[in-house]
Design a protein around this ligand. Structure first.
Ligand code: GLU
Length: 308
């Protein structure tokens, strides 16, 4: 990887303080919805003379087919999305999540909970704090939840503008260690964004709702909070998010020239028609040189068909 020619590096000015990242969960190959998130975070990083890291969020082995992570890296390379440094694998970071969890426990910021899904559902969509108030904690078969307060978390999203959420009333005490003893995404993501010095997170709108939880954890753990930008999620003709669950096809990177072009159009940029036939590196270079984050649609969803 290190001796491959990276055309983008030739046009890079010295690194700014910007560090961005793409953090796929290797549950299958990249589909168009994940490619556009990768392209947006890559271009935003390079347009700001930043570094762009890749982190494999491989924390849920039963959901990860063998070879999926390697396949994603191959797809990124074929799309011209060359990352900096080594790929970080969350499966190798468990001791650090355990340390953060211990810190939260020591500071009395979380509690054990053995409520079943159906019990939580029957008491409304927001966890009612039942286990937080019981006299003794369950010994086994428990998840660990963070205590939330009536706290308004507010931030200025780079794409969507001001976003506010009251964690206590809109989310409730949330899980950081699952009942099956896997670390929850919310905990691992903040530990690693801090560890990797991430300053900018550009990702899909579906994660906007998770961001206040992450900001809250950063505050509890004394971490810094990156800038966030949430791009529209790409949906299929029936309005479902492209995902493994909606049977979104893997992108065909062998035939990749239209993919980057399609991403640029959907991201509100205005590539010239003759760029369609260029190779991905040239298209990315154009995207970096002309990037206007303000032009990205301030929408939750966008149909992939828009660009046809
Ligand atoms: N691993 C998450 C996913 O693939 C993304 C995490 C993030 O960007 O914060 O949905």
């Amino acid at each position: 990887m290190s001796n491959s020619i990276n055309p983008v590096s030739q046009i890079r000015k010295p690194d700014s303080g910007y560090v961005g990242r793409f953090a796929p969960s290797p549950t299958g190959p990249l589909h168009f919805g994940s490619v556009i998130a990768a392209v947006a975070s890559y271009i935003d990083a390079r347009a700001n003379q930043g570094r762009w890291l890749v982190r494999m969020e491989d924390l849920d082995p039963p959901r990860e087919p063998p070879g999926a992570a390697a396949n994603i890296l191959r797809q990124l390379t074929q799309l011209g999305l060359q990352w900096d440094g080594e790929v970080l694998y969350q499966s190798q970071r468990l001791e650090y999540y355990a340390l953060a969890l211990q810190e939260l426990i020591d500071n009395d910021l979380c509690f054990r909970c053995d409520c079943s899904r159906s019990k939580i559902k029957s008491s409304g969509s927001i966890y009612d704090g039942a286990c937080r108030h019981r006299p003794s904690e369950p010994e086994q078969g428990y998840a660990v939840r963070i205590k939330t307060e009536d706290t308004l978390i507010e931030f200025q999203d780079l794409v969507q503008g001001v976003h506010r959420q009251n964690l206590g009333t809109e989310v409730g005490d949330f899980v950081i260690l699952r009942k099956d003893k896997l670390f929850a995404y919310q905990l691992a993501v903040v530990v690693d964004d801090e560890y990797q010095g991430i300053t900018h997170v550009v990702r899909g709108f579906d994660l906007l709702d998770s961001t206040p939880r992450q900001v809250y954890l950063q505050q509890l753990l004394n971490y810094s909070t990156p800038r966030y930008g949430h791009i529209p999620v790409i949906v299929n003709a029936s309005g479902d998010k492209l995902s493994k669950q909606s049977f979104a096809p893997s992108v065909d990177v062998e035939n990749s020239s239209h993919l980057i072009y399609q991403c640029l159009i959907l991201l509100g940029q205005a590539p010239p028609a003759n760029l369609l036939n260029s190779d991905p590196h040239t298209q990315l270079r154009w995207g970096i040189a002309h990037w206007d984050v303000q032009a990205v649609p301030k929408l939750a969803k966008l149909p992939q068909e828009l660009s046809k």
